[in-house]
Design a binder for this molecule. Structure first.
Ligand code: NAP
Length: 251
């Protein structure tokens, strides 16, 4: 029987695959059969070791995604090394916490540059390649703050609301080229990104009390959604934002 989720022979580029959600997704895609390019600003020995132990290939590409100057090189290097690009996961993201009335320009610019501008131009570069090569999958990492306002994270909320919009726009324009653009909106996942929340007993308890699943998420909780959106199982799914949130949005 053929496996509709099988990704054998596919090549996936995952940004921010050193830690957290990106690491979980890269490992999940490799478990389903992908070779992986991990793009980030520090080597990823743990991710590399796990993926190579599965018998898959792994390439680390050094890039600071606050800037856009190496984005085309990253796509070129992927094609040069692995001969193809099937899946792009725009996972790398940063957050800055500051009261809205004090929020600094640098905390605005860094977050928007990385979470929104680099995500778009990387998707554009990947989309151009995919259009010429029969299609592909672009998976953006959105957030609960693609739907809600949040507190003390105005540039992050702006960026993740923008990610939802870009996902839908690109899905509209690229569906006819057999490129499916979708997003995963993680709920509250225990990673470096949320370390400050977890360390604050009051905020941490407030958050946990409204998660129906009664636990914080873990990076591996995102594997299934990523494999689905990367596989032919989702060939007629376009512009969807799939919440993986233990029920947070349903509450
Ligand atoms: P994380 O562990 O901090 O992951 C962020 C990743 O982005 C890391 O691999 C990090 O690399 C990379 N990165 C940071 N700055 C970079 C730069 N300038 N250039 C290239 N890469 C850079 O946190 P996470 O929670 O897994 O976040 C992953 C994604 O999920 C983000 O888009 C985040 O907004 C989103 N998200 C997280 C949650 C949550 O609850 N955790 C919820 C919703 C959405 P280094 O580790 O090497 O710095």
């Amino acid at each position: 029987m053929t496996n509709i989720f099988d990704l054998t022979g596919k090549v996936a580029l995952v940004t921010g695959a050193r830690t957290g959600i990106g690491q979980g997704i890269a490992e999940g895609l490799a478990e389903a059969g992908c070779d992986i390019i991990g793009a980030g600003h520090a080597p990823m020995p743990e991710t590399e070791k796990y993926i190579k132990a599965l018998g898959r290939r792994f390439l680390f590409y050094d890039i600071d995604l606050v800037k856009q100057d190496k984005i085309q090189d990253l796509i070129n290097e992927t094609i040069k090394t692995f001969g193809r690009l099937d899946i792009l996961v725009n996972n790398a993201g940063i957050i800055r916490r500051e009261d809205v009335l004090d929020f600094s320009e640098s905390n605005w610019d860094d977050v928007i540059n990385m979470n929104l501008k680099s995500l778009f131009f990387l998707s554009q570069a990947a989309g151009r390649y995919m259009k010429e090569h029969g299609g592909g999958k672009i998976i953006n990492i959105a957030s609960m703050l693609s739907f809600q306002g949040g507190i003390r994270v105005v540039s992050y909320t702006a960026s993740k609301s923008g990610v939802a919009g870009i996902t839908k726009l690109m899905a509209n324009e690229l569906a006819k080229y057999n490129i499916q653009v979708n997003a995963i909106a993680p709920g509250y996942i225990d990673t470096n990104n949320t370390a400050a929340l977890i360390a604050d007993p009051k905020r941490s308890a407030e958050i946990l009390s409204r998660i129906p699943a009664d636990r914080w998420g873990r990076p591996e909780d995102l594997k299934g959604a990523a494999v689905f959106l990367a596989s032919r199982a989702s060939d007629y799914v376009n512009g969807h934002i799939l919440a993986v949130d233990g029920g947070w949005l349903a509450r």
